[in-house]
Design a protein. Structure first.
Length: 293
């Protein structure tokens, strides 16, 4: 489970059946992009060996509990219930999940050796997104890679009774501005029960719900509801892989279809959008990870 929540490492996934060798893909996590992002608004700090950065369940630590870190030099140990679960090495980030989702820490982080780190609080993070929007794209790619891996590990059919409402990405003002900016041609109407997308399809659009509610399902069971201001379909748009779930109109609804180029422009021009989308996807990762326990 620790591997599923460590976004600085390649995703683990079940071994596929033997297939012809494919061209190697560029790594999703690029340390240089992460370092440039942290350096854009953060400052370097020296940390003594044995220092606790944060502890699980927000029980305190040397730094503020809502910070995330980029490790320049040294090693940091990750522990859960006193047991080692991983090591952070130079060039990796840590503490990002709790900072992005504002959730309790899931592990304790302690400096194994003297370390040099760059830390960001929430204000620094949002300011850095304005300067380095490519970091948001990289993080979204890592989160979605993990989410796809977790969904493949889910055994049986999800419990539909536990389906949650998707976090809102756009507030009312931003939603109205987006709808006005993209115009009527981007709006799509669906009647209750109508299928919007099917798992396995190529994803050309991400959708923002303007009115109504959409049900997201996996293997026939509803796992999430998406209401006004929330988004769905972004996974296929970001990593350009087939759709991972089905979507159908739970009620009559109006959606805003966003293609990849518009999506990239939004990430680059509006850090609030990038930050909110990161939070929404990170929450999905947490909820899915909880389903694997």
């Amino acid at each position: 489970m620790a591997d599923d929540l460590d976004f600085s490492k390649p995703a683990g996934s079940p071994k596929p059946a033997a297939q012809p060798a494919a061209a190697p893909q560029a790594p999703i996590y690029v340390p240089a992009i992460a370092r440039a992002f942290f350096e854009s608004t953060g400052k370097e700090e020296e940390v003594a060996a044995g220092t606790m950065f944060f502890s699980e369940k927000d029980k305190g630590g040397f730094f503020k509990r809502d910070k995330m870190y980029f490790l320049i030099e040294g090693q940091v140990g990750l522990f859960s219930q006193g047991k080692p679960i991983g090591t952070v090495r130079a060039g990796q980030i840590f503490g990002e999940m709790a900072a992005i989702t504002e959730s309790p820490r899931s592990a304790t982080a302690t400096a194994h050796t003297p370390c040099r780190v760059i830390s960001l609080d929430d204000r620094g993070f949002n300011n850095a997104l304005q300067k380095k929007p490519e970091f948001a794209l990289m993080m979204l790619g890592m989160l979605i890679q993990r989410l796809r891996g977790m969904m493949a590990k889910l055994s049986g059919i999800p419990n539909a009774a536990e389906a949650k409402e998707s976090p809102r990405v756009f507030d009312k003002a931003l939603l109205a501005s987006l709808a006005q900016g993209l115009g009527d041609p981007a709006q799509q109407r669906y009647n209750k029960g109508q299928v919007i997308m099917v798992a396995g399809q190529t994803g050309a659009l991400m959708y923002v719900v303007l009115e109504g509610k959409v049900a997201i399902s996996i293997r026939g069971a509803v796992v999430q509801f998406v209401g006004p201001g929330a988004v769905f379909g972004e996974m296929a748009l970001i990593d350009q892989s087939p759709r991972a779930a089905n979507a159908a109109a739970e009620t009559d609804c109006v959606l805003l279809g966003i293609n990849r180029q518009v999506f990239l422009n939004l990430i680059k021009s509006d850090p609030t959008f990038g930050s909110s989308l990161l939070t929404a996807v990170a929450e999905r990762v947490r909820n899915t990870a909880a389903g694997l326990n």
